[in-house]
Design a protein around this ligand. Sequence first.
Ligand SMILES: [Zn+2]
Length: 66
Amino acid sequence: MIENIDLKIGMHVVMRKKHACGENDWLIIRYGADVKLECYKCKRQIMMERPKFLRNVKKILDNEKG
Ligand SMILES: [Zn+2]
């Protein structure tokens, strides 16, 4: 389960649902009871409740580790 993974700010995630701009890659910019994400393509930010976020994460690409 994705819930067991230590998600944190700066991680790159792929969501199941595409953003309006066609991108589905997001950067985590806040991680708490609510999760704030920034779209990689259009830089728009969205906020969602953590359970909803966890259900919608498809893949975690932690590119902060290099
Ligand atoms: Zn976008």
